[in-house]
Design a protein. Structure first.
Length: 402
């Protein structure tokens, strides 16, 4: 295989790193990509792990070892995904070992193909991250749209955000006047955290309210602020303003035990969530004010109805005790005069007629006063109660003959 110019030329066309290794681990061939990668011009006669990596023995990692012997024995290929570098600049290499019979010597060799799949892995990571973000947004959206109390919605949102950023502790503070207080929290050790008050401009959350911008920091910055009172081991924190109509109504603090960075897209997502939650908080406050206004209206209406009823009672009582009694006395007096005129034989027709009209007017006035008293305070209401009184009045209205 070695020394064939056509095969070597074909190997060099391949962009991935490709080597051919014999059953004795001797490096038979290496393409141009391998030579450039490891800075070698000729492969010589050495074994693969010495020529390429300078190792004293076969390659191995934390969870794998060189499968060359296994591939030659089983005559079956094998694939591993290896990682190189630090977490910040990690490189992923897909290595495929394929057994191949050498037609020139009838012996078996192994073709090793190394492909850099960092871009594919990064794309996969981004896609998984996007999927996770969508799931979190869906859960938060469902909590926002459901008929739950504000604290329940905020707790769901906080837990989902902690999951999203791999956070361990956090809380949501609400602006009340010139202060903030924790409405919900997770993992904060202080027992009196719910009664903590932070002035606008003080602490992490106070500065976020003042500047209306997210704030990212480390443990060194967090330990001097009351937001994470009594908490140790913070690697990184992020504080997001909760906005409603360009006004900060709350702040969400999230902290992670590991030191990490928050990318531009991640901050944008959390800021967007801040607008959602800010709107929820503002809507809850409006609903609360409406409920209180409704309660005040009901109380005022009840007071007005009670005052009106008391006044109706007073007027009806005065009509009964004073006006009605006076008219009754007048009616009886006029009736007595009529009887007296008849018994004495007074024959003045005009006098008698006027006296009778006066008596009739007095009787009419008395009946009208009685009618007015019943309208002001129906006796049925006192005697039978509201339901029976309404039923009786309706029956009289729609069945006049009853």
């Amino acid at each position: 295989m070695r020394g064939n110019p056509l095969i070597e030329a074909l190997f060099d066309v391949i962009e991935d790193e490709l080597v051919v290794v014999g059953d004795d681990r001797r490096l038979i061939m290496a393409n141009k990509a391998v030579k450039q990668r490891y800075g070698i011009s000729e492969i010589g006669e050495g074994v693969c792990y010495q020529v390429l990596f300078g190792f004293e023995g076969p390659c191995r990692g934390s969870f794998w070892s060189c499968p060359l012997g296994e591939v030659l024995e089983s005559r079956r290929g094998k694939m591993l995904l290896l990682s190189e570098g630090s977490n910040v600049e990690k490189r992923y290499i897909k290595v495929v070992w394929t057994p191949l019979q050498d037609p020139w010597s009838d012996s078996w060799v192994v073709v090793e193909l190394r492909s850099d799949v960092t871009a594919e892995r990064e794309l996969e990571r981004v896609l998984l991250s996007r999927r996770h973000q969508l799931q979190v947004l869906s859960r938060i959206s469902s909590a926002i749209s459901s008929p739950k109390e504000l604290d329940q919605v905020l707790q769901v949102a906080l837990d989902d955000v902690l999951e999203l950023v791999n956070g361990s502790v956090g809380g949501i503070l609400i602006v009340e006047g010139r202060e903030l207080r924790y409405r919900v929290h997770r993992g904060l050790p202080a027992p009196d955290i719910g009664s903590l008050r932070i002035s606008i401009g003080d602490g992490i959350a106070g500065k976020v309210v003042e500047n209306t911008k997210p704030l990212i920091g480390t443990e060194e910055e967090a330990r001097f602020h009351p937001d994470f009172s009594g908490l140790e081991g913070i690697g990184t924190f992020i504080s997001i303003p909760l906005m409603a109509k360009d006004r900060v109504v709350g702040v969400m603090n999230v902290a992670s035990a590991e030191r990490r960075t928050f990318g531009e897209e991640e901050v944008f997502l959390l800021t967007t969530l801040g607008y959602f939650l800010g709107t929820v908080i503002e809507q809850a406050r409006l609903n609360e004010r409406l409920a209180k206004a409704r309660e005040r209206y009901q109380a005022l209406l009840q007071h007005a109805l009670t005052a009106q009823e008391q006044e109706r009672k007073r007027i009806a009582r005065e009509l009964h005790d004073e006006t009605s009694q006076a008219i009754t006395s007048l009616t009886l007096s006029l009736q007595a005069l009529l009887e007296m005129a008849k018994s004495r034989g007074i024959g003045d027709a005009e006098f008698l007629e006027r006296l009778y009209k006066a008596y009739s007017y007095a009787v009419y006035a008395g009946n009208e006063v009685i009618k007015l008293m019943k309208e002001l305070r129906p006796t049925l209401l006192d005697e039978l109660g509201l339901a029976t009184a309404i039923h009786t009045m309706l029956r009289r209205l729609y069945s006049p003959g009853a």
